[in-house]
Structures are given as C-alpha cells and as structure tokens.
Write a protein that binds this ligand. Sequence first.
Ligand code: KG4
Ligand code: ZN
Length: 360
Amino acid sequence: MTVLGIETSCDETAAAVVRLEPGDTAIGIRGEILSNVVFSQIDDHAPYGGVVPEIAARAHIEHLDGLIERALSEAGLGWDDLDGIAATSGPGLIGGVIVGLMTAKGIAAARGLPLIGVNHLEGHALTARLTDGLPFPYLLLLVSGGHSQLLVVEDVGKYRRLGTTIDDAVGEAFDKVAKLMGIGYPGGPAVEKLARKGDAARFAFPRPLLNRPGCDFSFSGLKTAVRQAIEAFDPLTEKDKADIAASFQAAVADVLSDRAEIAMAQADLVIPEGYRRFAVAGGVAANMALRERLLGTAHACGYEFVTLPLKLCTDNAAMIAWAGAEHLARGETDTLDVAPRARWPLDPDAAPARGAGVKA
Ligand code: KG4
Ligand code: ZN
C-alpha cells in the first residue's frame, strides 16, 4: 500500500511517500519511507517572531506542487504507483489546511485515487508504528507547538486522553521564552542550545501542577515567572539568558516527568504487561535534555522508551502518509466532501480541560 501524504497545517509545507506492508513479525506491520520532503517557512515568519497564518497559507500554495513532484521523483514513482492520497484535514491554521486538502482532493479526483483526510495529531501519534512497528496499545506524550497531551493509543482512530494542557502548549512556552529573550524563532531549538551552557539551578522557576493528582499540564505560570525574571535584568547578559534557558528547561523537564509518571501508573490499568511502551512525539520531542529525562522516568516505571528520529518529531508529511495508509489498509477512506477543520480532538469523549484558551 503506497500513499502520498501532504502536510500544510502550520509553517512546514511537506510531501512524502510511504509504503505500508503487513509484516511477518508479532508486530504485524511494517512501514517504509520512500521520500520525505519538507520545506520550512521559518525565514518567512522569523521577522514576526511567530507564524503569520496568511503568509503561511500563501507559502503553502507557492511550494506545495513542487514538493509533491519532488516527493514522487525521490521515491522513484509515478502517479500510477500510488494506492491513495492522504492530507492533513485538521487541526491547524485553517488557510493552510485548506490548501493541502484541496490539492489532495484535486489529485484524488483527477487520478481516481482514494482520499484520506488525516488528523494531524494522529499523524504524530502513529509515527512510532511507522518507525518501530509498535503494537497497540501504547502510551504517548504528544508535545508540539499547539498541543501537550498524554494519550493511550488504543488503535487507529481510538485514543484515550489521560491529560492535556489547561493553558499553553509546551512548544508554545519554549517559543514565548525565546521571544522574550530575543534569541530567535522557532524557540525550542534556540532555548535548548542556550540551556546547554546555562546553570539550571540559578532560578527556582515554578513547576505548575507538580505532585497534583491527574495528568494535566499548565505552563502559563512558568512563562510568567520567566518573563518577570527577564524583566528584572537590565542589561540581560548572555550568561543570564543561558541560566534562564537552563532553569526554564529544567522546570519543564520536572513537570513532564511528573505528569508522565502519573500517566504510566494510570496506563498500567489498560496496557497489559509486555505492551508497556512510552513514545514521545511532536516538535518538543526533538529536545535531547527532555528525552533523556523521560527515558529515565519510563524505565523507572517499567516502560520501554521509544524515541523517534528528529526529522519525524517535527512536522512532516511521512507521518500523514502513514496515518493515511493505516486507515486505507482498514478500508477507511473519505469522500471528496471531507471538510477542513481548525479543531479536531483525538479523543472526542475526553472532558474539556479546566482552563480557558485550551489548545487541544
Ligand atoms: O510538531 P511541531 O513541528 O509543530 C506543531 O504541530 O506544533 O512542533 C513545533 C514546536 C515549536 O513550538 C518548537 O519550538 C518546538 O516544537 N520544538 C522544540 C524543539 N524543536 C522544536 N522544543 C524544545 N526543544 C526542541 N529542540
Ligand atoms: Zn505537529
């Protein structure tokens, strides 16, 4: 089953071709990435310190056709070799989602190919099956620019949310801290780099919700504390910046580790022994310090830790093609009237998070 995937929900324009083969192992599934091309719009948005939706949508229009051609040629395939076409149909910036989904619809109609509208979060959630053939169920921490969630991945299309952010997403907090210190966009990689040189013990930033029951996250108090620390300095030296970055990252690590520990205790009830695996996905999963910390937490709780290649943590179309292939393999396709969605929770049964302005 060979599927072309398209991703346009934020500031990466991406196309990829992925093949799904029924495996001969106990895992029962195998994936292969035949091509995976990503055009990052960072340079277009950097002057504004964040993603500008209108600029993103226009850039997707400009670049998508060429990227699709490149994805096919790098895979050494033509249109006739495809079994389906998958595109992110939400959640995300609606202008961008429309560009990708409409392009996919055009191709599906012209080539008579099945269309699969993919939930971007499901793309992140199922990547561990593409890379490691993870069997269901497994525990997932999804941490990106718009989402922070702990989920039990029960099956394709079936997610049990254990916790989510009640205010900001983790990636968003990284981006805001970077912006406050003027160290560049996107903030995550910039903060991580600076943190390596810093003293994580210099600032005792708050650890919101630490040791509280449940698996929800909160990052806005931490962000405010960082802002106040930054404002107290004039001038703010390179050493101050590095120490703030390191102290902030340490606070995030403590919070993620604490919440993950509770999630693993809860997941023990629904994930049988032998299946206890903990995967971390989304852009923030590219952070090495956080990975190391979560690896320790997972092992202490009796879980195997699954990391993804960095290129598959941040937004890409291989994950969209893969999620599409998983649905296609089950005979689940969409019609041409599938609608783009700005919001699309993975677990529709989960109660709304307590705070206002919730992202997921
Ligand atoms: O998954 P992603 O590429 O896009 C969304 O779906 O949001 O995640 C992007 C987010 C940004 O907030 C970015 O700052 C963050 O992931 N990020 C990182 C790192 N690399 C990317 N955060 C912390 N450390 C990193 N190394
Ligand atoms: Zn994402």
